[in-house]
Design a protein around this ligand. Structure first.
Ligand code: 5RP
Length: 246
């Protein structure tokens, strides 16, 4: 069993969290594509808000019901992937260049579920991945200089033809590799203050649940906040059922 199977197992577990009356945000990337396939397979009747054109097309081809944030201000759930997840559930996202929209959709969701294979778990952010930074094309050169001053090694993301990679919103991505991201919250704020930067791929305090696919199946990791909510709901269900039994 390899990484692709680990992803599929975790994606199928995430799809089970989607109930028919929910409005669910979808992130982007290959793992979310697996979630979309699993949702289509179970003929989900929920409503989905995609955060990239790629996932929107896939979900529409597979006949999932779609909507946008203009129609739904508050979402029940968001399911997304990640490139790195640290033990405090801080993340680096944006290999697919969709992190700006993903942060917006996650911000509208009551609960955010992240689906990864175990290779994405790191001790400290920046161990493997650069921080993707979405930037206005007009400002990319000056942003490259400022990101270097912040201690990063910035590179404009390009396609296989050598042209700049362009996001769904017409912007460029600079991938800035930092030797280590000791204070992710500070770095997130500093990068977002660089003129021309629209959003960067450091996500703090966003994930409620992380579903990790690995050799033996998948593990569900809960943030402290989600664990407390989960215990409340569990106690409530026991209390209600014992009342019903009386
Ligand atoms: C896209 C993302 C993706 O969720 C992240 O890159 C993970 O992708 P994959 O599931 O393909 O490994 O942040 O902007």
């Amino acid at each position: 069993m390899g990484v692709e199977e680990w992803k599929t197992t975790a994606a199928e577990a995430a799809a089970k969290l989607v109930k028919r009356d929910m409005v669910v945000g979808l992130g982007s990337g290959t793992t979310v594509a697996q979630v979309v396939r699993a949702l289509a397979k179970k003929k989900s009747r929920a409503i989905f808000v995609p955060s990239s054109i790629y996932i929107q097309r896939l979900a529409s081809e597979l006949r999932l019901k779609l909507a946008s944030l203009h129609e739904y201000r508050r979402l029940d759930l968001m399911i997304d992937g990640a490139d790195e997840v640290d033990p405090d559930f801080n993340m680096i996202k944006g290999r697919g260049g969709a992190h700006t929209r993903e942060k917006i959709v996650a911000g509208a969701a009551k609960r955010v579920v992240i689906v990864v294979d175990r290779t994405k778990l790191v001790k400290r952010l920046g161990e493997k991945m650069p921080v993707p930074v979405e930037v206005l094309p007009f400002a990319y050169k000056s942003a490259v200089h400022t990101l270097a001053e912040l201690g990063g090694k910035p590179m404009l993301r390009t396609t296989s033809s050598g042209a700049p990679f362009v996001t769904d919103d017409g912007n460029y991505i600079i991938d800035a590799k930092f030797r280590e991201v000791a204070k992710p919250k500070d770095l997130e704020t500093k990068i977002n203050h660089v003129p021309g930067v629209i959003e960067n791929g450091i996500f703090i305090g966003v994930a409620d649940i992380v579903i990790v696919g690995y050799e033996g199946g998948c593990k569900v990791l809960r943030s402290k906040k989600d664990f407390i909510n989960f215990m409340h709901a569990f106690k409530k269900s026991i209390f209600n059922s014992s009342e019903a039994a009386l």
